[in-house]
Design a protein around this ligand. Structure first.
Ligand code: 5GP
Length: 125
């Protein structure tokens, strides 16, 4: 059952097109259930996006519709990317925008991973 209020997944969104390799991306990691690539408009020295390969709009969509293997594979990918980029010791931040109030631009669930320098306060005031 789709998540109430979310509407249909748009298969033409930019991340769906990246997944189909219709447009290029600078990939840093891939496993069975997720890919990670550099953000086109980085907000930190390191700014990588991790996305599930399946068609999910939001976290609720993902966690209610995806299989346990997809969910595990996705979150393992987030951890693997941080490790691969040597961010465990200096630290890093993950963030996910959901819907209008968070300003989600791309309607395919994704996690931002920021690092490479001290990141400052969690939210701008
Ligand atoms: P959101 O606001 O949905 O959480 O974040 C979407 C992110 O996708 C933004 O940080 C934006 O810069 C990034 N983005 C949008 N279009 C592209 C693209 O074509 N390629 C890549 N690599 N990133 C993109």
């Amino acid at each position: 059952m789709p998540v109430k209020g979310l509407g249909e997944y748009d298969p033409t969104n930019i991340f769906a097109r990246i997944l189909r390799s219709e447009i290029p991306s600078r990939r840093v990691f891939e496993n069975e259930h997720a890919i990670a690539f550099h953000d086109i408009n980085p907000q930190a020295a390191i700014h990588v996006l991790v996305i599930p390969k399946g068609a999910y709009i939001s976290l609720a969509d993902f966690t209610t519709q995806a299989s346990d293997a997809e969910i595990t594979g996705f979150f393992k990918a987030v951890g693997a990317v941080a490790k691969q980029l040597d961010l465990e010791t200096p630290g890093y931040r993950i963030l996910a925008n959901m819907g209008e109030h968070a300003g989600q631009e791309v309607p395919h669930f994704h996690v931002h991973l920021f690092g490479g320098h001290p990141l400052g306060p969690m939210l701008a005031r």
